[in-house]
Design a protein around this ligand. Structure first.
Ligand code: SF4
Ligand code: SF4
Length: 164
């Protein structure tokens, strides 16, 4: 099978996830709670999360780095979020409480007048074959991920992708 006719695996190799390992650990210890306030101030509702997924994902994530660039599209987070609000982009003291909550609720981190995302790889990703090693048991978030030509990983070589 040539690389243009199959998933290239980039989405499993390096991806942004909206919770840190520490946050996932906290959530996993409080799965029956209606609401949990994370150290960042972000509020989550563990009871309505798919519990099996939380546990699987906590176990499979390998942190890589904090990045101001989303590895999927190569775009700068701050520029994307504030492209129509140059004043805020240049001066984070102008951020409102609503702005800060909106950013944190996406799992992004505000630091040094910048916005970062947590980048991970997955321990179930076979870097040689570029396949998922637990394909039949992969979490729901992986099963339901839908990529199209519009939102594909920038290095992805699969052609063509399904359309919306
Ligand atoms: S579990 Fe499988 S499909 Fe999901 S991110 Fe890991 S390697 Fe990819
Ligand atoms: S965009 Fe789709 S086909 Fe391409 S690497 Fe990601 S999941 Fe695979």
């Amino acid at each position: 099978m040539d690389c243009a006719s199959r998933c290239s695996g980039h989405c499993c190799e390096k991806f942004v996830f909206s919770f840190s390992l520490e946050e996932l650990e906290l959530i996993s210890m409080n799965l029956e709670e209606e609401e949990l306030v994370l150290p960042s101030g972000r509020r989550v509702r563990p009871k309505i999360m798919p519990h099996e997924d939380v546990l699987k994902i906590k176990d499979m994530l390998i942190p890589l780095d904090l990045s101001e660039i989303d590895p999927k599209d190569g775009k700068n987070l701050k520029e994307e979020i504030f492209r129509d609000q140059l004043d805020k982009m240049n001066d984070f003291s102008l951020l409102t409480e609503h702005d800060a909550i909106w950013i944190k609720n996406r799992g992004y981190i505000i630091k040094d007048n910048n916005i970062f995302c947590s980048v991970f790889t997955c321990k179930n990703f076979d870097t040689v074959e570029r396949n998922c090693k637990i394909y039949e048991e992969r979490p729901m978030m992986c099963r339901t991920y839908h990529c199209t030509s519009e939102n594909k990983y920038k290095q992805c070589t699969l052609q063509p992708l399904a359309e919306d």
